[in-house]
Design a protein. Sequence first.
Length: 134
Amino acid sequence: MRTWIAIVLVALPSGLCIAQSAPGTTNLGCHGTYSNYASADIRETPVSGIYIQVSNDSVKVQGAAGLDATYTVINRQDNGVGFQLDSNKAFSGFLNRFSGQLSLMERAGAVNADGSFQTRQILNAVCTKASAIF
């Protein structure tokens, strides 16, 4: 009986570590610039400490002021993934899988009759594999 309990106690932490990092999930750390379009003076503000988690069906963004959310992947291409916020379709993004370039955008204005629309880029960042600090 003691041997069985010892095996469970040894295996439990390993199982918990595996549960934290789901298969098919990529964790990235990003830094770049945030564009302030709220005023007449467009400012580019440096930002860092943005963390994204990319899975097959979603992109979770953390550390990007006003843009933190879990986005749904809506477009997979050879060069990257496009994603959109379910609660507000005006917000979307694209992550280039070759360069690590992350763009978070907002639709500017109405959608035209042909389905086209303009966007303004809010966040432009470069992402690399996130690594532990210890």
